[in-house]
Write a protein that binds this ligand. Structure first.
Ligand code: PHE
Length: 431
């Protein structure tokens, strides 16, 4: 059985949807585009002002997705901005000379040599998934914060941009896969700083065991899976980082029990590199695997790459500046990045009275929508409530390009747009 028979599609116009082999929906009305590029067009009908070209369609593994299917000005649930839509077809993890692709390949090498190529690899599954795939299938509770519009990009009430690669666990199990790695771009609404970006890359690992795998040992099935998982991931950490100190921390995920995080000691600090655990039986049951156990992990590739290659700012992964891209080569793990230049930052503060519906993620989205990758950080620097109960926030926005010096005029212009748009979109009162 494929997931598609149970998936409520994004696009309720089911009659024009054809299902393609890689899980993407193909739209007959989008076929006027050829299928090998990202297409820019003059501004389509829109009220929004932007400082970057609008992309009217993206290509994901050979399938064209039109902007209007993902960015919907007319749907109040839709919170996907153009800046995010334009990232959909980029697939940094499939570029062999990009740090994200280099790390992915190094992890593939580890699994291929230690597990005799038992792990199947998936890396072009569509990031546009149903809420069922992203949440329900992996037992995320109905009131879990990750389901909110503040945290997740919704295309419509039943469709999101996946916020983790765990969204594919159930579909692959149902299709009969038992050991697999899923790599892909994931999307989360978040704050802005050097280690957070609304799009990043994850690799999911999943491994199912049968009774004969643990019957010979004395330990129970859950313990067997947990021990195997830890052994596998400690080996992976050593493969990537060499002889590092590491520790396991107990944690909680809705889809695993017990759940763990692996931290490694790096530059005088413990750094969380992945989440994992023994899969909840409910997930296996959905695929008729009542008598099995499994483990799963999800690791963040940017996090690993920043450490391994000494990359100081997460925005750099999206740079097409040759001074960045030329520093990395296929299979060259751990080359240290040499910063090509540090351009001066420019700080601008903005203060306003917030409304009840105000959230920092919404504010950051407005700033990113205007300044794109020219914004390095957004920090709350002052926060107080007056006698009338009105709350004021003051944010410091750090503008800095990684590629050139910004002019005063350019930054003033961006800041003035931010001031206009926060008032208009976020219902706040500037001070
Ligand atoms: N999906 C989790 C996350 O994104 C990571 C994870 C995957 C944890 C698989 C446990 C098992 O944070």
């Amino acid at each position: 059985m494929t997931i598609f028979s149970v998936q409520s599609t994004i696009f309720s116009r089911a009659s024009v949807v054809l299902l393609s082999s890689n899980g993407l929906k193909r739209f007959s009305f989008a076929s006027s585009f050829s299928s090998n590029a990202v297409y820019s067009s003059p501004l389509p009908k829109t009220k929004k002002r932007r400082c970057y070209p609008i992309v009217s369609a993206v290509d994901i593994a050979g399938v064209t997705i039109a902007r209007n299917d993902v960015v919907r000005d007319d749907d109040p649930t839709n919170n996907v901005p153009d800046s995010i839509f334009s990232k959909l077809g980029m697939q940094l993890h499939r570029r062999d000379k990009h740090p994200i692709g280099i790390i992915k390949n190094a992890i593939y090498d580890y699994f291929d040599s230690n597990y005799a190529k038992e792990f199947e690899k998936f890396e072009d599954l569509s990031p546009i998934v149903s809420t069922k795939q992203n949440f329900d299938d992996v037992l995320v509770p109905a009131d879990h914060v990750s389901r909110s519009l503040n945290d997740t990009y919704y295309v419509d009430p039943q469709t999101v941009l996946r916020c983790h690669t765990s969204a594919h666990q159930a579909e692959l199990l149902r299709k009969g896969h038992r050991r697999f790695l899923v790599t892909g771009d994931v999307y989360r609404r978040d704050s802005i700083d050097a280690t957070h970006y609304p799009v990043f890359h994850q690799m999911e690992g999943f491994c199912v065991f049968s009774p004969e795998d643990w019957n010979e040992s004395d330990i129970d099935s859950t313990l067997h899976a947990a021990e195997d998982l830890k052994k596998c991931l400690e080996g992976l950490a050593r493969h990537l980082f060499g002889a590092v100190e590491m520790r396991w921390v107990d944690t909680y995920f809705p889809f695993t029990n017990p759940s763990f995080e692996l931290e490694i000691y790096f530059k005088e600090d413990w750094l969380e590199v992945l989440g994992c655990g023994v899969t909840e039986q409910g997930i296996l049951k959905q695929s008729g695997l009542d008598n099995n156990v499994a483990w799963a992990f999800g690791l963040g590739l940017e996090r690993l790459a920043m450490v391994l290659f000494d990359i100081p700012d997460i925005r750099l992964f999206w740079s097409s500046d040759e001074r960045f891209t030329s520093q990395f080569g296929k299979g060259e793990l751990g080359v240290k990045f040499k910063p090509f230049s540090k351009y001066p930052p420019c700080y601008k503060d903005i203060s306003f009275w917030i409304s009840d519906s105000f959230t920092e993620n919404n504010f950051c989205e407005v700033v990113r929508g205007i300044a794109g990758d020219l914004v390095e950080e957004v920090k709350l620097i002052d926060n107080f409530t007056n006698k009338k109960g009105m709350t004021s926030h003051c944010y410091r926005i750090v503008f800095r390009s990684m590629e050139r010096s910004l002019t005063d005029e350019e930054v003033n212009n961006l800041q003035s747009k931010v001031r206009d748009e926060v008032q208009r979109k976020l219902n706040v009162e500037l001070r």
